[in-house]
Write a protein that binds this ligand. Structure first.
Ligand code: BGC
Length: 897
């Protein structure tokens, strides 16, 4: 009896949960032969490591739990690996749901129970499995290109066990079966380099299809495929005709199967969406609704047929990242009439999504909603900075009771809406704003004692939400919304803290590789709709910075291997255009939007030589390529590129530095890049850091950096012992600084340091977005330095954790939490009287090195005990004001003075 009880208690001490497949929660459309499985361990004990695991997989839950008819039973495998373990069972079949669970053994003699089952749905295994045909409308398209609709009825004669739909389009689509929407994604099939990679989506539609008569109806929108995208009113970038591909696979209880596919028997028509453009909005005429069109029994006699097309299916790929979904909902905080007499609703937050409206009125009443981010200094609607984007939705009533509207194939970036034509009074309850973005798991939080800094963190996260709508965009409101490579590389590391962006970048980096020019150059934007064949330093380097950042944050070696040729192609490109190892690019955006005072008589503009920047990024990209080659064990490349890197650095020093260590551009960005990328001889680095500090002082402790220098500024200061100054920059409230926009009421990160000037006037409308994440790159420093959570580079993905907080005079407490693949890492410090409290949490199956700020080992306690009395951690030493400890999983409460 006693023995049994001990057994039960020991069992309870380690648990497995948070199962992931290909880094996602219960994904659909997995088409890999060996998807990668991950799980997390929980234990109330300290220093817990996994020693073994066992996985089982089956096609139904009952068999799984009985351990019968398994597709894979790994048996007990001795291994510490709990993240990205390759499936290694029977060959996986298309369109099939696989259930799996795992149990683990730990280093303290415990075995977990089997985890709760999780599951994934497979995609289409190979192109021959596509039986559907591409279809287009069978009528002449009207001007304005109203959204076409397709329908098909079918009969399912027997009891249905399982039904899976595979759908994609040239355009964007919304599908319905029997009057209900299929899935909950918006803007599928999302955006890729359509000419080479077109994603299809996989849906479990078992609950939508019924025995008997059924109907499927699908509406298409122009989307990125043929809508207005890029500058100058460009349309039809990928093609001029919308098309649909649909395949439904029904499995009956008796084991037989049936296919319903898009083919020549479908019907087409138009309906209520008479106009739809990403930038400009949607016009929906409810009088043109076709009630019951996606249900069986609808009379489609007047509908046209369809045209068959033999577009390639070889470019079809499964969906690789989280779909765009409806997320947070906002209610009006104020309804106001502007001095110019406009009726305006303020939602209190600059967001990306759309407004849903309820209204009753007469048939033909027309209501339009125009979206804007800001009101001008007089309180009037300001639209100029949207440039040509109209951001206007128009709804025409059918006049039957309360009608509800929202757009379908267009989204807007806004905080305010102007409402015109609304019958009756505007009431709060009739308007809601819904945020739309890629449904990434939120992984990080940062809070501290300063409310303005907390608002900055809020703004960074909202900037990320708004601009992570399937591709990382520059801005979500004006006529761009493009995957600018420079912005993405600047923000990537910060992005990995706030949300799990692993799959998001995995997919987008494949597009980077796919859009890379034949000579290795990387376009300004990806997907490349500008198609100008040009490259810019600091932009194109996303090809190396992107994969390396993802490798650090998620430890994904496969991603690095997948991108390796792209990384190498980019470095080889620079080498090919750089005689004497000096890169003088034909074109460069430079340190985009750096500080540049108006009427600059005293020469305070922080202009950094563009070639110096190029050379710095050449070195950085080469270094990252070497890092990747080392991880992937490509010894020849390591050697070859190390030699190249030496030459690049020498060329930098010869060309851009005086013998005394002064750079030809005396800007913050010049010193920051040279120091961050280790371009200067060791002996001259400290003096360079001093010059950087002096420079910052000449601007009265203000930053002057643009997109390229900003991400590294505070990191360089901290690295060279000037964290106090980094804090001063962070806390600076006057322009240019991170907090200046916060003091001006910003709820997202602005494109420019002074988008709104102190007198309330705006920066130039041609380039003035109020939701642009690049300057939000300070978030990385807040997580990694203020709170101090970092991964060890040689143990990436937080398998090896470093916790090294930097205590700032200006703050009384700060805390960050990060959900890693292993579990939650926490670092939170607080000053209490003359003591410092540091609470740390380290997930199971990881190790951490913790730096406790303290004068000596004897000044530190953990949970009230002297360090020497705490058996489950190891004191390594004392250095630079920190007591250094090695420890394993668990929660620790340190106190020091
Ligand atoms: C975008 C950027 C981009 C820049 C390059 C702008 O229009 O909004 O953020 O990086 O162009 O010049």
């Amino acid at each position: 009896m006693a023995i049994q009880l001990i057994g039960v208690m020991a069992f309870a001490q380690v648990q497995v949960t948070n199962l992931l497949i290909e880094n996602r929660i219960e994904p659909t459309g997995i088409d890999k032969a060996a998807p990668r499985l991950s799980w997390q361990l929980f234990s109330s004990n300290r220093n817990v490591m996994q020693t073994a695991y066992e996985i089982r997989v089956a096609t139904d839950v009952k068999s799984l739990e009985k351990g019968k008819k398994l597709a894979w039973n790994s048996g007990k495998i001795s291994s510490m690996q709990s993240v990205v373990v390759d499936y290694n069972g029977n060959e996986l079949q298309s369109g099939t749901t696989y259930y799996w669970q795992v149990r683990v053994w730990d280093n303290q003699g415990n075995r977990s129970k089997w985890s709760q089952p999780s599951h994934w749905l497979t995609g289409i295994k190979d192109v021959d499995n596509w039986k559907a045909q591409w279809i287009q409308v069978g009528f002449e398209e009207e001007e304005g290109r109203p959204s076409p609709m397709f329908r098909k009825e079918f009969n399912s004669s027997k009891k249905i066990k399982h039904a899976v739909a595979f759908v994609t389009a040239k355009g964007v689509y919304e599908a319905e079966i029997n009057g209900k929407k299929v899935g909950d994604a918006c803007f599928a099939p999302f955006w890729t380099t359509y000419n080479e990679r077109l994603q299809y989506q996989t849906y479990d539609v078992t609950d939508l299809v019924k025995q008997g008569n059924n109907a499927v109806g699908i509406t298409l929108g122009n989307g990125w495929y043929r809508g207005n995208i890029g500058f100058e009113g460009k349309v039809n970038v990928y093609g001029s005709e919308l098309a649909l591909l649909f395949q439904l696979e029904i499995t009956y209880e008796d084991g037989t199967t049936e296919l319903v596919v898009s083919d020549g028997s479908w019907k087409s028509s138009t309906g209520p969406i008479v106009y739809s453009e990403i930038y400009h909005g949607e016009t929906y005429d409810a009088r043109l609704e076709k009630t019951g069109w996606s249900e069986a029994g609808y009379n489609d006699n007047k509908w046209s047929g369809v045209e068959l097309k033999d577009y390639s299916k070889d470019i079809l790929i499964t969906t690789e990242n989280e779909p765009v979904r409806k997320k947070e909902v906002f209610h009006p905080v104020e309804i106001l009439t502007t001095p110019e007499g406009d009726q305006v609703i303020d939602f209190g937050q600059n967001l990306v999504g759309w407004v849903q409206m309820k209204v009753s009125g007469k048939a033909g009443d027309q209501i339009s909603i125009t979206h804007t981010e800001v009101l001008d200094k007089d309180g009037n609607v300001y639209l100029e900075s949207l440039r040509s984007a109209k951001q206007k939705n128009t709804f025409i009533l059918k006049g039957e009771g309360v009608e509800e509207f929202e757009p379908h194939f267009s989204w807007q970036g806004f905080r305010y809406i102007k409402v015109e034509g609304y019958p009756g009074e505007l009431k709060r309850e009739n308007f809601t704003a819904t945020a739309l973005y890629s449904d990434m798991v939120q992984t990080g939080s940062f809070v501290c004692s300063d409310e303005l800094v907390n608002q900055l963190q809020h703004n960074i996260q909202w900037g990320q939400r708004g601009n992570f709508l399937d591709v990382p965009t520059d801005c979500p409101q004006r006529d761009e919304r493009l995957g600018w490579t420079g912005d993405a590389q600047a923000f990537a590391r910060t992005a990995t803290f706030n949300f799990r962006v692993h799959s998001f970048f995995d997919k987008w980096l494949k597009d980077v590789a796919s859009d890379q020019y034949d000579n290795g150059g990387v376009p300004f934007v990806v997907p490349d709709v500008l198609r100008n064949g040009q490259v810019s330093p600091g932009w194109a380097d996303v090809a190396t910075i992107g994969p390396w950042t993802m490798y650090l944050a998620y430890g994904d070696k496969d991603l690095l291997a997948q991108q390796y040729e792209s990384m190498k192609g980019w470095v080889n490109y620079i080498r090919s255009v750089s005689p004497d190892h000096l890169w003088k690019p034909a074109f460069s955006f430079g340190d985009w939007l750096f500080y540049r005072p108006f009427d600059d008589n005293s020469g305070m503009s922080a202009v950094t030589d563009k070639s110096l920047i190029a050379q710095a990024f050449y070195a950085h990209s080469t270094q990252l390529l070497i890092n990747a080659a080392e991880v992937l064990d490509k010894k020849d490349d390591v050697k070859k590129y190390q030699e190249l890197l030496e030459m690049i650095k020498q060329a930098f020093v010869q060309e851009y530095m005086t013998p005394n260590g002064k750079l030809v551009s005396g800007t913050q960005t010049a010193y920051v890049l040279a120091l961050n990328f280790d371009l200067l001889p060791e002996a001259l680095r400290d003096q360079a850091a001093k010059r950087l500090v002096d420079n910052i002082r000449t601007y009265n402790t203000h930053l002057t950096t643009g997109f390229l220098g900003t991400p590294y500024l505070c990191h360089v200061l901290s690295r060279f012992g000037y964290t106090d100054m980094a804090y001063e920059l962070l806390m600076q409230k006057t322009y240019p600084s991170w907090l200046y926009p916060v003091t001006m009421g910003a709820t997202t990160i602005w494109e420019r340091w002074d988008g709104i000037k102190p007198d309330g006037t705006f920066q130039t409308p041609g380039m003035n977005s109020f939701n642009h994440y690049a300057y939000g790159a300070i978030g990385d420093w807040m997580y990694r330095v203020v709170a101090g959570i970092d991964t060890e580079e040689d143990n990436p993905g937080y398998k090896g954790i470093q916790i090294k907080p930097h205590i700032g005079e200006q703050l009384s407490h700060a805390k960050a939490e990060l959900q890693t693949y292993y579990g939650q890492v926490v670092s939170g410090w607080e000053k209490v009287d003359d003591k410092l409290k540091l609470n740390v949490s380290v997930p199971v199956n990881t190790k951490a090195v913790v730096y406790v700020p303290a004068s000596a080992e004897s000044a530190v306690t953990e949970s009230g005990k002297k360090l020497g009395d705490v058996s489950d951690l190891e004191v390594v030493g004392h250095k630079d004001g920190y007591v250094i400890l090695k420890l394993g999983s668990g929660m620790y409460q340190f106190e020091s003075n």
